[in-house]
Design a protein around this ligand. Structure first.
Ligand code: GDP
Ligand code: GDP
Length: 437
């Protein structure tokens, strides 16, 4: 189930990133690695009135080389129109209505997307006069907020969430494996899609007139049905913002949300870069099954240790994803390609694996007997029982006498024991500790 998207647009300095940070709070965000920049979070997950949504700070999307404000703001608005379900159009009460605001308003108006106008920097709610001029933008009642004081943000989210589309039902049958291919530009995503589909299948290169271009490609192999998520998004390039690196990150995140299995493509020729880590980390956080696919293996000079060394490098870089298998292949020559789908099937199975409570408890009791839980302030952790409460990803609740004294390291120990007993290759496992004596 893909989360709906809310985008914040507006001129620089109106307070977009301030509000963005308040909305996502401590939750997961995609950060940029450039040192010294204040604006480092562009895409995060928010929740309000029980609805979960993705939120984009378009101000964080640098449009390469663009420093002309009007062009920049236009490109950001264009991005929001394309990607978002609801747009928060932010203006600045102190600065008043500007020419750039009018420009953006016209673009948004023509798009027919739902828009909520947020008038920021209304630090004194008695000074509502500053707000009224923004009625003229034509999007109904503007909402007065203050990023500095945190006021009005609830009202803003009420208005935005109310305009989100209805939840649609699960798009595909349970037995179809949804696969997302992610990785930086040129790593070989499109080539791998074509290789998987076979020569005679051509993927859609562009679909005119669609604003939501998440085109999925279904195929079947050896009786198993798959769908490749958002293959059109991979092909769609050219617009200014789509050539930017961060845009492709965002695109990947949306694909990950909808997938069961994420293929994290790595360029065998060039190795691992920081961005690979962010995207893979997101797949982990989102609870998806993952496989590292080292592509372009045909051009790598190899001896009998090369693969082992490369795998070790991956392990060193992705410490949290030691569960993810590594597949080496060449999308171009198709060498070793046949190894991929069996691994996809396997991790997908593990992702939806459900372990019976008594089997799980046998393993945990044995683990506790070998290595008893720690004591804390003289109190010993007692584990009463463990039960699996969900799949995709496998999620287990550990009932204990006092959750406060459960240590991260002990949780890791139990996770390792559970993995040793039941496999769970390719999938993250979630463990929660709850009180029950
Ligand atoms: P962005 O460029 O639109 O993302 O704007 P920022 O969030 O970076 O904010 C720009 C400046 O406005 C920063 O110095 C903020 O501290 C300030 N700012 C943000 N919200 C408010 C507010 O509600 N009131 C006032 N007075 N300043 C604010
Ligand atoms: P994308 O941007 O991730 O979709 O990457 P493409 O599939 O467009 O591939 C980028 C370039 O890498 C193209 O020139 C491909 O021919 C080349 N390429 C893709 N896979 C391989 C491979 O396995 N080996 C080699 N040598 N080149 C590849």
């Amino acid at each position: 189930m893909a989360r709906p998207v809310i985008a914040i647009v507006g001129r620089p300095n109106v307070g977009k990133s301030t509000i963005f940070n308040r909305v996502i709070g401590d939750r997961l965000a995609i950060v940029e690695d450039k040192p010294g920049v204040t604006r480092d979070r562009i895409y995060g997950i928010g929740e309000w009135n029980g609805r979960s949504f993705s939120i984009i700070d378009t101000g964080g999307i640098e449009i390469d080389g663009e420093d002309h404000i009007l062009r920049l703001v236009r490109a950001q608005a264009e991005l929001a129109i394309e990607e978002a379900d609801v747009i928060i159009f932010m203006v600045d009460a102190k600065a008043g209505l500007t020419h750039a605001d009018d420009e953006v308003a016209q673009m948004l108006f023509r798009s027919h997307k739902p828009v909520v106008v947020a008038v920021n920097k209304v630090d004194n709610m008695n000074r509502m006069d500053d707000v009224y001029e923004f009625y003229g933008l034509g999007f109904g009642q503007p909402i007065a907020i203050s990023g500095s004081h945190g006021t009005g943000i609830g009202d803003l989210l009420d208005a935005a969430v109310e305009k989100l589309p209805e939840l649609d039902d699960e798009e595909y049958d349970e037995d179809i494996i949804k696969v997302a291919l992610i990785g930086r530009p040129n790593v070989g995503k499109s080539s791998l899609v074509n290789a998987l589909l076979g020569e005679d299948r051509v993927i859609v290169s562009d679909v005119a007139g669609t604003t939501r271009d998440a085109i999925d490609t279904p195929f079947e192999r050896d009786g198993q049905r798959y769908v490749l998520i958002d293959t059109a998004g991979m092909r769609k390039r050219g617009k200014v913002y789509e050539t930017t690196e961060k845009y492709s990150v965002m695109r990947s995140l949306k694909a990950i949300e909808r997938a069961d299995v994420v293929l994290v493509l790595i360029n065998g020729e060039e190795g691992i870069i920081e961005q690979d880590k962010h995207i893979a980390g997101y797949a982990h956080e989102a609870g998806k099954a993952s496989i590292f696919v080292v592509n372009k293996w045909d051009v790598v000079e190899k001896d009998d240790k090369t693969m082992q060394r490369f795998e070790q490098t991956i392990r060193d870089h992705f410490l949290f994803m030691s569960y993810a298998p590594v597949v080496f292949l060449s999308a171009l020559t198709k060498s070793r390609l046949h190894k991929l789908l069996p691994v996809v099937n396997h991790v997908s199975e593990q992702h939806s694996l459900r372990i019976q409570t008594h089997l799980l408890n046998d393993v945990v009791s044995d683990a506790v007997a070998i290595n008893p839980p720690p004591t804390d302030k003289g109190k010993r952790l007692r584990i009463n029982y463990v039960t699996q409460v969900a799949t995709k990803p496998p999620t287990m609740v550990i009932f204990v006498n006092d959750p406060e004294i459960m240590h991260f390291s002990y949780e890791r120990y139990l996770e390792n024991k559970i993995r040793a007993a039941f496999d769970f290759e390719g999938t993250p496992i979630r463990l929660f500790t709850r009180r029950k004596s």
